[in-house]
Write a protein that binds this ligand. Structure first.
Ligand SMILES: *Cc1c(COP(=O)(O)O)cnc(C)c1O
Length: 328
């Protein structure tokens, strides 16, 4: 017997998302480093979503979801639970579309993040991470206030929006052999797979997870979603416990491989980005490069795309991570 599965997004949804995002999201630049190319014996093209609005690709999926709200949904507003980039992406998109937004955040979230989310005009509701369940709180609020809950990755419109990252890269850089994509809950990776299947079917797409949080790798091997405890890693954007009902089947069907990166490898990649390329990349944003360098994939002579997924990192923490990296 088959369980009912929600309809999966397709490449057409990615193409439509690209239209909706035109003039709203930045078409981010593609950068390269001749030093790295010599080191790897490959040509590497970085898609720089650290330079996206609000500092990460998540703006694409959030805006693509909110812009499709009905008039009734717009009036009642949007709710999201996140302490990270999804919260800010929803808050910014809601402000641009004049939709009320509630973001559910842990009460011990960094003050800067709470302030940034409020700064975009969202109402922040805090909860105790140790005694309360954020999903339950969000669902209760959504029901009470008639708001629409937009999850961070397992949503067709979110996935389609994230897929525009790879769509732009394939349009700007033809004939890629590989594409390395940071992997948390899989919204970014599954969207990129939809774009690859249509625009670059020869390109092998590889997901990169933190070593301690390799639930995606385990799920791929098992052939079903494997859930893990919240992993300890500096890659806070990829501390997810499991892939979703939409993202798993898309990833299972299309991904070439899933590899992992250690925290030390992430710090060293961040250091490289700062020193050689003069760009600020958050730990999760460095997964793609770390995976390309250390994931055991032979890249000599290949054309390699790498998604830099975000650049939001507290400056004090950033300084600490760079210092720890250069001490190696
Ligand atoms: C959310 C996030 C990811 C992971 O994206 P998923 O769609 O959950 O796989 C990677 N990098 C950054 C910077 C993020 O904010």
């Amino acid at each position: 017997m088959h369980l009912p599965r929600p309809p999966l997004p397709t490449y057409d949804d990615v193409a439509e998302a690209a239209h909706r995002l035109k003039g709203m999201a930045h078409r981010t630049p593609v950068l390269s480093s001749s030093t790295l190319d010599v080191l790897l014996g490959a040509q590497v093209f970085f898609k720089c979503e650290n330079l996206q609005r609000m500092g990460a690709f998540k703006f694409r999926g959030a805006f693509n979801a909110l812009v499709q709200f009905s008039e009734a949904q717009r009036q009642r507003g949007v709710i999201a639970f996140s302490s990270g980039n999804h919260a800010q992406a929803i808050a910014l998109s809601a402000r641009l579309l004049e939709i009320p937004a509630v973001i559910v955040m842990p009460e011990d979230a960094p003050l800067a993040k709470i302030a940034a989310t409020r700064g975009y005009g969202a109402e922040v509701v805090t909860y105790n991470r140790f005694t309360e369940d954020r999903e339950a709180i969000s669902r209760r609020l959504a029901t009470e206030r008639g708001m629409t809950l937009i999850p961070p990755f397992d949503h067709a419109h979110v996935i389609a929006g994230q897929g525009t990252v790879a769509k732009e890269l394939f349009e700007d850089v033809p004939h890629l052999d590989y594409l390395f994509v940071p992997l948390g809950g899989g919204g970014l990776l599954s969207g990129c797979l939809l774009a690859a299947r249509e625009l670059a079917p020869q390109c092998k797409v590889v997901g990169v997870e933190p070593e301690t949080g390799n639930d995606g790798q385990q799920s791929l091997n098992a052939g079903h979603v494997v859930r893990i405890d919240t992993p300890q890693t500096i890659a806070d954007g990829a501390q997810t416990q499991a892939l979703g009902a939409l993202t798993f089947p898309l990833i299972h069907a299309g991904v070439s491989d899933i590899v992992t990166a250690t925290d030390a490898q992430l710090m060293s990649a961040m250091h490289f980005f700062a020193e050689r390329m003069k760009i600020v990349v958050e730990p999760t944003g460095a997964l793609g490069l770390a995976g390309a360098c250390h994931g055991g994939v032979r890249l000599q002579g290949k054309r390699v795309g790498v998604v830099i997924s975000g650049g939001n990192v507290d400056m004090t923490r950033y300084a600490q991570l760079l210092t720890a990296a250069s001490a190696d």
